[in-house]
Design a protein around this ligand. Structure first.
Ligand code: 9MR
Length: 356
């Protein structure tokens, strides 16, 4: 028996080692280098603590991605312990890390109705007072990182599922103008930064994406400095937007002159869709099909996943397995699907148009 196993090992070893060598080459290279010629950034959301404490996390982050989206660190609830103070340790750390590793930064996010500090959500403010708080916040944060944060999610998730504006503290206290104020203050604080509106559930076509489109149209008609739109792309296998609808949505947003980022892609599994292997293959296909739409679209300049490891601790405690690496940082089929797509020579031809 032992002899049989040894013989089989010797016969198969070159094959096995050969496959591993290819995989190892890709892993050593990283997605960002494979994608290089496609002129699309490949990003992921990241947290400061895993970078500080887990060398493997930091290594993969810098090896595979050339854009770092701040998952939580810029949110007001973390940044503003009191009305008079700012906490910049984590954002400084993330921006430094990105710079040291040749990564662009997506600053997420300046104005959002969630993760607000208690002093703000429990306070009672007049319209003028809340405008002053917003102006001070946007101006202070954007000025501090002027020239270092490449793209800001200036306003996040301001539209409801039915396409109307969300009834947030900002809308109720200030009115719909809070959105344009935020963009104008951000532009004044860093005229070079790319300023984005970011939302979920508006990736393909439908009532919400129609509402988001109309919001963008009206902001641009008022010459509000909004440069881009973030399609978050939180999905579940079996319930993902049709890639052709995403393409059509990108087309109309691009016609408004907007740049497009896929900003928070993750793909949750669903046990109703088959055994684990089947689900992982569907997950891989979903990542690939959306990334392909982005790469092929002239206006889509970044493809960003919402974290990269399924490890609970690396994902701020969210118990899903929707990302490119498993909890032990082993690349999943989704990783290989992206690597294969990014290496595809066909896509590098830029579809007969000038390469971006
Ligand atoms: O990933 C973020 C998680 O760690 C936070 O607890 C959560 C708080 O609401 O926010 C998550 O990120 C969200 C992002 O900021 C905006 N779009 C939806 C994201 C996933 O929930």
């Amino acid at each position: 028996m032992k002899l049989f196993v040894m013989t089989m090992y010797l016969l198969l070893a070159p094959l096995v080692i050969g496959i591993r060598a290819d995989d190892a080459d890709q892993e050593a290279k990283g997605l960002r280098d494979t994608l290089g010629a496609q002129m699309v950034s490949i990003g992921t959301a990241a947290e400061p603590n895993p970078i500080r404490t887990d060398p493997m996390y930091a290594e993969i982050l810098a090896r595979d991605f050339n854009m770092l989206a701040t998952e939580n660190a810029f949110k007001m609830g973390l940044m503003r312990p009191t009305e008079d103070s700012y906490r910049f340790e984590d954002t400084d750390f993330l921006v430094d890390f990105a710079e040291m590793n040749g990564m662009d930064v997506r600053g997420h996010t300046l104005i959002w109705h969630q993760q607000l500090p208690d002093w703000l959500s429990n306070g009672t403010y007049t319209r003028e007072e809340l405008l002053t708080i917003m102006e001070e916040h946007v101006t202070t944060v954007v000025s501090r990182y002027r020239g270092r944060v490449d793209a800001w999610d200036v306003v996040n998730e301001a539209v409801e599922g039915d396409g109307s504006l969300r009834q947030s503290i900002f809308l109720q206290t200030i009115g719909p103008e809070y959105i344009e104020y935020a963009f104008r203050w951000a532009a004044a604080a860093d005229p070079e930064a790319r300023l984005f509106y970011n939302d979920f559930g508006a990736d393909g076509l439908g009532v919400k994406s129609e509402g988001v489109y109309r919001l963008m149209e009206s902001l641009l008609a008022k010459r509000v400095p909004v440069h881009g739109i973030g399609l978050q792309m939180h999905t579940t296998i079996g319930d993902t937007p049709d890639p052709e609808d995403v393409r059509r949505n990108m087309d109309r947003l691009a016609q408004l002159g907007l740049e497009i980022h896929v900003t928070e892609m993750d793909v949750r599994l669903n046990d109703e869709m088959g055994d684990l292997d089947t689900q992982l293959q569907l997950q891989a296909q979903t990542y690939r099909s959306i990334a392909e739409v982005c790469i092929q679209h002239p206006a889509c300049t970044a493809f960003v996943t919402w974290g990269f490891s399924d490890s609970n601790y690396a994902r701020a405690g969210r118990p899903d397995t929707p990302l490119l690496f498993d909890a032990n940082y082993v690349p999943k089929p989704a990783y290989w699907a992206l690597a294969d797509l990014f290496a595809s020579p066909v896509l590098m031809q830029c579809s007969g148009q000038p390469c971006r």
